[in-house]
Design a protein around this ligand. Structure first.
Ligand SMILES: NC(=O)c1ccc[n+]([C@@H]2O[C@H](COP(=O)([O-])OP(=O)(O)OC[C@H]3O[C@@H](n4cnc5c(N)ncnc54)[C@H](O)[C@@H]3O)[C@@H](O)[C@H]2O)c1
Length: 274
């Protein structure tokens, strides 16, 4: 029997990267998956974002492990679209008990002039997380069987890993810290419903968000930033893999963690303990 048997997880940003890995790992452990992704480029983002083909590939990968999945194109900045995706999940699986607010952008290489990057990052990484929770929580509370909310923050949500001070970098750092505040508020408010709320804080993860040519070129141009000891993991691994984060989330979502709430959980190869 899987560790998440009978659970239904609503995952944002599930078309690729960590979100896809979470969808597959959760399905392997017996969870049904409601997968959401924007599948569209945000103009201030310097690397290519996911496509509908990527989301279809996530569906195929979940089905390949005998998982059940409903996938919807929806932008976490769009409350009505999120609501539609949530309703589709409820129609298919009857309930949702686990929320994984993972969708994100990193519009950090904008050379200081793109103030729009500030708003895009805050809208996606902070407001988008809040909206994801607000859309999912009413039926969880009404069902009265507890549940779990997991928010993907970052090592940048507990410490400065600033590359520069572009508006996008400032917003990324502020939003990743901001979701810790959201987590603490909701963890305290929802405890009486046995709904747990936690954040995870990965170090650099091997996904297209940072494994891309413009980012590699930036690192090569500014070795004093990306190559500095300040920027390295103490454990001998430059980037962790998405599944390393998925495995932590499987634990936090499972009944093994039934009294774990209000926690900032690093998956960071020692980064935050330098
Ligand atoms: N990759 C890293 O080094 C790293 C480190 C720490 C934290 N994170 C965080 O992990 C999360 C997942 O990122 P990833 O590494 O898998 O990157 P990724 O770019 O591979 O995946 C992010 C996914 O989110 C989707 N998305 C973006 N904006 C969206 C929106 N408005 N609505 C719905 N979906 C949207 C994208 O289309 C994409 O599929 C993000 O919150 C990111 O900030 C990443």
């Amino acid at each position: 029997m899987g560790r998440l048997e009978g659970k239904v997880v609503f995952i944002t940003g599930a078309a690729r990267g960590q979100g896809r890995s979470h969808a597959v790992r959760f399905a392997e452990e017996g969870a049904s998956v409601v997968a959401v992704d924007i599948c569209e480029q945000v103009p201030t983002v310097f690397y290519p974002m996911a496509t509908k083909d990527d989301l279809d590939e996530t569906v195929a990968m979940v089905e390949a492990v005998d998982g059940r999945i409903v996938a919807k194109v929806a932008d976490v900045r769009d409350r009505a679209a999120l609501q539609d995706a949530h309703e589709a999940g409820i129609r298919e699986f009857g309930h949702i008990d686990t929320v994984l607010a993972n969708a994100g952008i990193m519009p950090v290489l904008n050379e200081g002039e793109q103030e729009q990057a500030w708003f895009d990052a805050i809208d996606t990484l902070l407001t988008g997380v809040w909206q994801t929770m607000e859309v999912c929580l009413p039926t969880m509370i009404e069902r009265d069987r507890g549940g779990s909310v997991l928010i993907t923050s970052s090592a940048a949500g507990l410490s400065s890993i600033g590359l520069n001070t572009t508006p996008g970098t400032a917003a990324y750092s502020a939003a990743k810290h901001g979701v810790v505040g959201l987590m603490r508020l909701y963890a305290s408010q929802l405890a009486r419903h046995s709904i747990r709320v936690n954040t995870v804080h990965p170090t650099g993860v091997n996904t297209p968000m940072i494994a891309n040519e413009p980012y590699a070129a930036f690192c090569a141009e500014f070795p004093e930033i990306a190559g500095s000891p300040n920027y390295q993991n103490p454990m001998p691994v430059p980037l962790i893999e998405p599944v390393d984060v998925s495995n932590a989330l499987v634990y936090l979502a499972s009944d093994e963690a039934r009294y774990v709430t209000g926690v900032t959980f690093p998956v960071d190869a020692g980064y935050l303990n330098r």
